[in-house]
Design a protein around this ligand. Structure first.
Ligand code: J2J
Length: 512
């Protein structure tokens, strides 16, 4: 795809980052340089490479460079830390790990030094910027002949996305060339991206939303421009929108609300904006009204998942649909079932569990045969874990979820992962993590812990320090810790999360 774009319009601007501007031709030669560099280091078709870069042009040079080699990027999020990265490296048996030097005050070279000790499969740490004791990404490579394009099967895995997760450790989602290209093309078409599109990537481009829904790849596919930033706060973002005449962007609900309340005082010219996508977590109708009030009829709700299925409200959808639903499936071939706990279809309009199958939805997580037996139905429908209802127009409304995941303003936290980390603390015998409502983020995390015999359970600060030390991503660290003598159990002896959620709410009431 990149080759085609660069031939068609080499001099158009593909990427903007701060004062840097890369044309399509420059992006293409940057990707070629990375491909030759990696080939020179012995990285070849089929190899996995964990890519952890922020929203900078090098992300795309490496992403496309790997595609050119037939190697597979594993897209770690910028906030992932030792625990997640070691797991992703081991699970994918990655041969290389690509990092920035220092990003937002965090030294990724130090993290990488710890990671290599625990992930012996890694042969290279490649650094964008000052490499320290590691290898610079920029450096000599093989000649052009050392890189032979190897794509003859579009059904092969093109990239691995990290799932929000419901179990102990994050899962990897294999996305193939054909499914992801379709995902990008169809999204770009629905969102009316064209050569005049200027897409602002303010969410991490390692995440499916900003990468390919339609995201940066959609903007490039349409022959437009993508502006990259790591600063979604209104001051910085509004200035960029004005300067670059941004036409489209994607946000999570908390950021959309902050933007909506800032339009008055920031005084920037946002008239170029034609599409404001909001997704990743539920946008309450009152907040949708607020956002639409501030920006006009540019709001689009997006209910998507890295696993595949995307739902969009159409750009010409009636206001009622945009304010009150999370959109309709992108493809006519997306199959939707809404079922009860025994997988029986619920009556039309009733709330049930969303199952889906379709042209760009995964058929199985990567190297997870056991998990796949429960994550999919026998006939291959993916169990999204979301509770939805369908309106007569076919739009979906997200009503809740059955998966044990906390959606912290779009950042997904698997309860089990945090619980398993907490019980490694010597003073903690048992732990359960549940969501508590939060005005800004929608939800925050509350951990109930049971102290070990004769021990005093750690407070929030100590628990946070402990989990940071264990290498857990900062957004997974519980916002609250409550101590109990024992966890409540259901009739069948499982931890009663519902009771704990009510208890957490009751405690909030008391505290509030
Ligand atoms: C309620 N819950 C939502 C919404 C996602 C576009 C947009 C989002 C994602 C994403 C994405 C929601 N209302 N509008 O990949 O391309 C929750 C659901 C869903 C889970 C998926 C994209 N939009 N969600 O958020 O893989 O619970 O993808 O199953 O991170 O987020 O999370 P993730």
């Amino acid at each position: 795809m990149l080759r085609t774009w660069a031939r068609a319009h080499p001099h158009r601007t593909a990427l903007v980052h701060g004062e840097r501007r890369l044309s399509y031709a420059e992006l293409e030669s940057a990707a070629d340089r990375v491909a030759r560099r990696l080939a020179g280091l012995g990285i070849a078709a089929g190899d996995r490479v964990v890519l952890q870069l922020p929203n900078i042009p090098e992300f795309f040079a490496v992403f496309f460079g790997l595609q050119r080699l037939g190697a597979v990027p594993v897209l770690a999020l910028p906030l992932h830390r030792r625990s997640e990265i070691v797991h992703l490296c081991r699970l994918s048996e990655a041969v290389a790990y690509v990092v920035p030097d220092v990003h937002q005050g965090f030294d990724h070279r130090e993290l990488a030094a710890e990671v290599v000790k625990e992930a012996p499969c890694l042969r290279h740490v490649l650094v964008v910027g000052d490499p320290g004791t590691h290898t610079p990404l920029d450096g000599p490579g093989t000649g052009v002949s050392g890189v032979s394009p190897v794509h003859d099967d579009a059904s092969e895995v093109a990239l691995l996305l990290v799932s929000g997760g419901t179990t102990g450790l994050p899962k990897l989602i294999p996305r193939t060339h054909d499914d992801y290209a379709y995902n990008v093309r169809a999204s770009a078409e629905l969102c009316r991206f064209g050569p005049d599109t200027v897409y602002l990537a303010a969410l991490p481009v390692a995440h499916n939303f900003a990468l390919g829904c339609p995201g940066v790849l959609g903007a490039l596919h349409a022959g437009g421009t993508a502006v990259l930033t790591d600063e979604p706060d209104p001051d910085a973002a509004f200035a960029l929108i004005e300067r670059e005449r941004v036409t489209a962007t994607a946000l999570v609900p908390p950021t959309a609300r902050v933007w909506a309340t800032a339009t008055g005082w920031a005084g920037a010219d946002l008239s170029s904006l034609r599409l404001l996508q909001v997704g990743g977590a539920r946008l309450l109708p009152e907040h949708a009204i607020q956002v639409r009030g501030a920006f006009g009829p540019v709001l689009q709700q997006v209910f998507g998942m890295a696993e595949g299925l995307l739902n969009y409200t159409e750009p010409d959808a009636p206001e009622d649909v945009v304010l009150h639903t999370q959109g309709r499936p992108l493809s006519p071939d997306d199959e939707i079932r809404i079922v009860d706990e025994d997988d029986r279809d619920v009556p039309p309009g009733a709330v049930g569990r969303l199952l889906t199958r379709g042209p760009y939805t995964l058929r199985g997580y990567y190297r997870a045969p056991e998990h796949n037996t429960t994550a999919f139905t026998a006939d291959g429908h993916y169990r999204t874990g979301d509770l939805v209802r369908r309106t007569p127009t076919g739009h979906l409304v997200v009503e809740g979820r059955v998966k044990e995941q906390i959606n912290r303003g779009g950042d997904k936290v698997a309860a089990a992962e945090v619980e398993q980390q907490l019980i490694t603390h010597p003073a903690i015998a048992d732990a359960a993590v549940v969501p508590v409502p939060d005005d800004l983020l929608g939800e925050r995390t509350c951990a109930f812990v049971v102290p070990a015999p004769d021990a005093e359970a750690p407070g929030r600060k100590e628990a946070a320090a402990f989990l940071r030390e264990r290498g857990l991503a900062p957004y997974k660290i519980p916002d609250r810790i409550e101590v109990l003598d024992a966890l409540p159990v259901t009739a069948v002896g499982k931890t009663d999360k519902r009771a704990l959620t009510s208890l957490a709410n009751a405690l909030t009431g008391i505290a509030g």
